[in-house]
Design a protein around this ligand. Structure first.
Ligand SMILES: [Zn+2]
Length: 336
């Protein structure tokens, strides 16, 4: 088959995967998470919504970032009402508050089945759900409420497709291609979730870590060895080097700057990357990422005055470059 046809097929496949990643990026961090604005509908005034928000935190039902606590999910309705200290409110509004939280917990990767407009909540019609094309046909607006659809949907689809074609160009149809494609999808999802919420969900990091260890055993060639046992050891060493390096620099930052500089999500994220790429490439990513982080971080601070700068996107960028050229860089640096 001519290369251009295979590449086109991979590109189209990549668009579909990218479309799925958009769903993950939107839903993963929002599953079991509420926003202050959600309570405006029932309280009417910002001041009251703030009060409800504070009371929910004090009652231990949500955390400061709006993530629903385990405690809330376990309690029965009556217990929830008794444990909730909201003053000057009747039972009916308590019920409405809990309904909003319950509703946020219903959102998951496969529920609801169909995509919906985040603004008007109307289901997206199947012919409005075609990657890239629908966005252009609808000129970037919802068919029903005409609110702009964020450009990111288009970008993530295109990016995913492009990354897969690049990986194919480098590795052909090999185990490396399939495993690195999966890893790259995880990098894309983690990047955009981290940008918005400064978290990387465990589904990606711990799920990816398990997948990384299993694929190392199935495809030992990922670690340049024919032996499965050896590949498993390299995978675990990669996990320790990746996670450990970020953990240590985080501890170091805590001691120097007296505040948390690396989240647990970053540690698990790098452990996952290391389990697939091995300890040498994991350490290379660790040393490369700050360069990107520094450049982009300075731009972000100048343009937006951003205080919290997520680190996942720079780890992801470094990881993708290392997938492509890591071994060449190591050879150049150490003549090995
Ligand atoms: Zn809409």
């Amino acid at each position: 088959m001519p290369g251009i046809i295979i590449k086109s097929m991979i590109f189209i496949f990549g668009l579909l995967i990218g479309s799925f990643l958009n769903v993950c990026i939107y839903r993963m961090p929002r599953s079991g998470k509420v926003e202050k604005e959600d309570f405006l509908k029932i309280s009417g005034a910002q001041e009251q919504a703030d009060k409800i928000w504070q009371d929910l935190i004090v009652s231990g039902y949500i955390d400061e970032d709006g993530f629903v606590e385990r405690k809330f999910k376990k309690l029965r309705n009556k217990e929830k009402e008794e444990g909730f200290i909201l003053e000057g409110k009747d039972m009916r509004s308590k019920k409405q508050i809990f309904d909003i939280i319950d509703h946020s917990c219903e959102l998951s990767i496969d529920e609801p089945k169909r995509s919906f407009c985040p603004n008007c909540r109307k289901q997206v019609l199947w012919y409005d759900n075609i990657p890239l094309i629908s966005y252009l046909m609808l000129t970037g607006r919802c068919r029903f409420c005409h609110k702009p659809i964020v450009f990111r949907y288009f970008f993530v689809e295109f990016l995913t497709a492009a990354l897969l074609v690049i990986l194919y160009g480098k590795f052909g149809l090999t185990a490396h291609f399939f495993v690195y494609s999966l890893l790259s999808c995880a990098l894309v999802a983690a990047t955009f979730i981290d940008f918005d919420f400064q978290i990387i969900p465990d589904e990606i990091t711990l799920g990816g870590l398990a997948a990384g260890i299993v694929s190392s055993i199935i495809f030992p060639q990922l670690h340049n060895t024919p032996l499965r046992m050896q590949a498993l050891i390299y995978s675990i060493l990669g996990m320790l080097a990746g996670g450990g390096s970020i953990y240590l620099i985080g501890r170091f930052g805590e001691i120097i700057f007296k505040k948390e500089s690396m989240g647990g999500g970053d540690v698990k994220f790098m452990a996952m990357i290391g389990s697939i790429l091995g300890w040498k490439l994991a350490l290379l990513i660790f040393f490369l990422a700050p360069f990107f982080g520094a450049v982009v971080g300075i731009i972000a601070r100048i343009t937006k005055g951003a205080e919290v700068i997520p680190y996942g996107p720079y780890l992801s960028l470094a990881a993708f470059l290392v997938i492509l050229w890591g071994n060449s860089i190591l050879k150049y640096l150490f003549y090995v």
